[in-house]
Design a protein around this ligand. Structure first.
Ligand SMILES: N[C@@H](CCC(=O)N[C@@H](CS)C(=O)NCC(=O)O)C(=O)O
Length: 192
């Protein structure tokens, strides 16, 4: 799959530099290019129809929605607590004195930031891991454990649950990520 787009691009480059060639030759080139691009498309649709990849997409989208929830909650808390990150926002909502920090807003921001630190790598690792041909139940277990841990991490952060709840959620969430990272490395090490 990786070679096909490059091959297409290389062919396009060759095609554009061959202006002086005959009309018949350029028709053949055009046909080759179209067929080649269709085969790229087939690879992509095959990938999207893969059970494991679809399973990954399901959990990935839930995690992204969870992150949107934290971003929206941060904005709502700013309005409710009158604690704005920019002077122009503070002025619009009552005065420069509201250009300030609030502990609840900051807590929500930290929960969101921690999601960014952990969910973004998961999105990459999970997508690549899905392409290494794992079994569906094992892959689903990786994705589900990560999702549950991230939900628990956010809840523990927002509700200030008794330690070490948040830390445990964080560490357990790292387990499927490290497992996927190792399996991806094993799959690609022959190409290193
Ligand atoms: N950037 C994180 C790296 C380590 C981490 O993610 N720790 C977890 C479990 S203690 C956490 O919830 N950290 C709090 C945070 O990132 O705000 C930190 O500064 O703490």
């Amino acid at each position: 799959m990786g070679e096909a787009p490059c091959a297409s691009l290389a062919f396009k480059a060759r095609r554009s530099s061959a202006h002086s060639h005959s009309h018949a030759h350029s028709r053949t080139a055009e046909t080759f290019l179209i067929l080649h691009e269709r085969s790229d498309f087939t690879h992509i649709t095959t990938m999207l129809r893969s059970d494991v990849f679809s399973c990954f997409v399901f959990y990935a989208v839930l995690l992204i929605l969870k992150m949107y929830f934290l971003a929206i909650l941060t904005g709502q808390l700013r309005l409710r607590k009158k604690a704005f990150a920019n002077p122009e926002d503070a002025v619009r909502h009552g005065g420069l004195e509201f250009f300030r920090e609030d502990p609840d807003v900051e807590r929500c921001r930290r929960a969101h930031l921690n999601d960014l630190e952990n969910i973004l790598p998961f999105l990459f690792l999970g997508a690549v891991y899905s392409l290494t041909g794992p079994s569906l139940p094992v892959a689903r277990l990786h994705f589900l454990v990560f999702l549950l841990c991230r939900v628990l991490h956010s809840a523990a952060y927002l509700l200030a649950l008794t330690p070490p709840t948040r830390s445990v959620a964080y560490v357990l969430g790292q387990v499927p990520c490290v497992s996927m990272a190792l399996q991806v490395l094993v799959a690609v090490v022959p190409y290193a």
